[in-house]
Design a protein around this ligand. Structure first.
Ligand code: PEP
Ligand code: CO
Length: 392
């Protein structure tokens, strides 16, 4: 795992889910600029997280990963970062208190600025028929349904770097003096290659990503021969892969081996998001196959991304299927002697009503702010964590 093989292995592979950049040369210029900037996260911090993930993999610690679906540039200010850090620390503290186990906290924070989309274009809701490129996260374009806002602008990748640094600096202030296991580590989806590639650097122990402590590959970009999996394979950071209903047990075994050839506990996390309807049918055989034939993995339950629906024109998620999927997750892991390591949640410190209960009839979306997927508010997040603890 050296920097040269890293970069070689990232060229010539198919990269899906990349925005349509109108000016490819401008993208290359930005990539060169990013290559000259310092890393955001250090190799030492990443090694500290790896030590925590090793405990998680061995069943001696738990993990809470959470934050926005899509961070916004204008939220990279100390007061808001503090609120997000406090929310996540509160959830990790609840897990520690409930289990007596160390609990690693990883934010979807300080870099979660790029989004994969089911469709590259979006048609206006009002029925005008206007079609625009989809919003792909603040690192690419803006959510307003206007041509200028929606046109991908590669300079925004540099703003993503700057905002990530501001957020990270505030997180570091919030940790200072705390033990390594009580920090908030950073993570985001490793999606936008002109951003991720130049932040892969060679360190004392091989190549690593300096864009975040932990990076994951999304459900839409995890093809084995694609550029994203090559990127994850090339770095020494702990990495994750989202697995949804189209992932077969054979796919999961193959991914576990190719991403964790040395069999390091904590190196690879499978973030499973099958949805409450499919989880009982699809997860048990997958866990069984990986436990028998795969490399060691940390199993994390994402009860959000398989349970999306539209209610009264609003993208939402119901709490009851999320709870049901979490219960099915714990049961499937237990059935094969594996450790249900924790939860991956989309959440916010704001008192939003983006996710709702089946009992709210009609649902009232009085405070909906997410520009992407619906998030849990603080009460709902605490309830999900309490539910998970009640299952252990
Ligand atoms: C996400 O985590 O916001 C996301 C897009 O997830 P997935 O890749 O699981 O769909
Ligand atoms: Co999301």
């Amino acid at each position: 795992m050296h920097a040269t093989t890293t970069l070689a292995s990232l060229t010539g592979r198919t990269a899906v889910q990349q925005p349509y950049w109108p000016d490819p040369e401008a993208v290359e210029a930005v990539e060169r600029e990013l290559a000259r900037l310092p890393v955001l996260t250090t190799e030492e911090e990443t090694a500290d997280l790896m030590a925590g993930m090793d405990l998680v993999a061995r069943g001696s610690a738990l993990l809470v990963q959470g934050g926005d679906c899509a961070e916004r540039f204008d939220e990279a200010v100390p007061a808001l970062v503090r609120q997000k850090a406090d929310t996540l620390q509160g959830l990790a503290a609840a897990v520690r208190a409930g289990t007596g186990l160390p609990t690693v906290a990883i934010g979807r924070i300080a870099g979660q600025y790029g989004k994969p989309r089911s469709s590259p274009f979006e048609t206006e809701d009002s029925g005008s028929g206007r079609r625009m490129p989809s919003y792909c996260g603040d690192a690419v374009n803006e959510p307003q349904f206007e041509p200028a806002a929606r046109t991908p602008d590669p300079r925004r990748l540099l703003t993503a770097y700057t905002c990530s640094r501001l957020v990270l600096e505030e997180l570091r202030r919030s940790w200072s003096g705390r033990p390594a296991l009580e920090r908030i580590y950073t993570s985001h989806e490793l999606l936008l290659l002109p951003y991720e590639r130049p932040l892969v650097r060679s360190g004392a122990h091989g190549a690593y990503s300096g864009s975040a402590h932990f990076g994951w590959i999304g459900e839409r970009t995890r093809r084995e021969d694609g550029a994203h999996i090559a990127l994850a394979r090339a770095v020494r950071n702990p990495v994750g892969v989202k697995l949804g209903p189209s992932a077969s047990p054979e796919d999961a075994v193959a991914l576990s081996r190719s991403l964790n050839p040395e069999g390091l506990p904590g190196r690879l996390t499978f973030i499973v998001r099958f949805g409450a309807k499919e989880v009982n049918r699809l997860l048990p055989p997958l866990v069984r196959a990986v436990a028998r034939h795969g490399a060691p993995v940390v199993w994390l339950c994402d009860p959000m991304h398989g349970n999306g629906l539209k209610l009264h024109g609003q993208k939402t998620r119901l709490l009851e299927p999320m709870r049901a999927e979490t219960a099915s997750f714990v049961r499937a892991l237990r059935a094969y002697g594996q450790w249900p390591a924790g939860l991956h949640l989309e959440l916010t410190p704001d008192p939003v009503t983006e996710c709702v209960s089946e009992r709210d009839d009609p649902p009232r979306f009085t405070d909906y702010r997410s520009t992407c997927d619906p998030r849990l508010n603080p009460g709902q997040s605490a309830e999900m964590v309490a539910h998970f603890l009640s299952l252990l």
